[in-house]
Design a protein around this ligand. Sequence first.
Ligand code: 2HG
Ligand code: ZN
Length: 445
Amino acid sequence: MKRALSDKQQDALVQLLGKPAVCVDDNSRKTYGADWSQAADPDPVAVVFPSTREQLHAIIAYANEWRWPLVPSGGRTGLTGAAVAAHGEIVVSLEKMNRILELDTRERLLICEPGVITAQVQQAAREHGLFYPVEFGAEGSSQVGGNIATNAGGVRVLRYGMTRAQVAGLQAVTGHGTWIDEMRCLRKDNAGYALRELLIGSEGTLAITTQAGLRLCEPMPALATVLLLLDDINTLPEVLRAMQRFPLYACEWMDQRAFALGNEAQANPLGVASAAGYLMIEAPADAMTVEALSAALATQPVADVLLAQSSKQAEGFWAVRDSITGALKPRHPLKFDVGFRASRMPAVFAAIAQQWPDAVVYGHLGDGNLHLNLVNVQDPLHAQAQVWQIVKQFQGTITAEHGIGMLRSRALQSTEAHDRLSAMRAIKQALDPNGILNPGKLVST
Ligand code: 2HG
Ligand code: ZN
């Protein structure tokens, strides 16, 4: 039976937050109940916009009192439906808690509320001669709270780590209404369980972030960008190994089909030969010179080496990489985000090619992360089972970057060890005993 808020329940929300911060109109419900995944049709009962952590805390208390499920919501750019509200939940948008509270250049630390947009963090860092290294396609609309909830990755993970590596401090309110305040922002702090680590990547199922301390870095050095054309995928681990003499800042993979799709989407496609695959690598320009590249690759069977001669040419390479997802969209691919050790990649590629000769594979190969896209799939459930079989066979992960959310929740249950799942459920029970936070996501209770 579909639940609706009674007048009394709606009035109570308005009492807590004020009328403008409680929206029940169709447009708000549809907009804020959906994310980029389109995992399910949005159907929340309301969308609320707390402006302070006290208001957020009051919403949690309300949800526990009425046993009403909440879906925490950031920029809604996730790809697995962790922010989708399809079952009469109340969406809690953090977009009004959007202040940068402090930027300390000596500490290289930025303190902010969860609704700050990723690109604003990057901009603030730049204005102070610093750099925020979480860079990904959705940085223009994703929010810090969502990045933390999903442990957002991107193209610089290889060098700087995922969002987890940047979170120096975190303050959050659990589903139980208790505060976890880890805003000391110390480099070394070994005082007990790593609760901050636990909350990062928990996809809004344990707590909602109210404040974060983000580490900033020195700006990146000038980078050289090279495109390596490979004819034989079996040589990948060796080529990767050879390139590791450089401090790598990006290491992206595009197979033949992925590269062609991205390239055809360009107004001026690159005139690059066809190859089995393309490795796009970035390293400091003063290290990855023409001579150093020739030395590194002297004994490697690389078909061609294209070192970008200008930043414009490098941007051209990146444009191809960044266009693949969009170019694939009209083909409605069945999407996977698997991860494996580098040494297993050739065997994984062979297994994929054997089952799906027209698969499109690209992604963050330097991190062992493949975005596998299957097209023309007749039986998605069967195809998914086959992918999980490959993951199992080569000891990989069902998601290296995009997380579990709604779309992979059942897969998590079927692919993870029973005891690991039990530990996750016990944690969920401890921090959100009434199951009000993001039910049906990640580890379903
Ligand atoms: C990327 O690396 C994103 O471009 C999206 O993680 C990948 O659409 C995808 O599968
Ligand atoms: Zn990615």
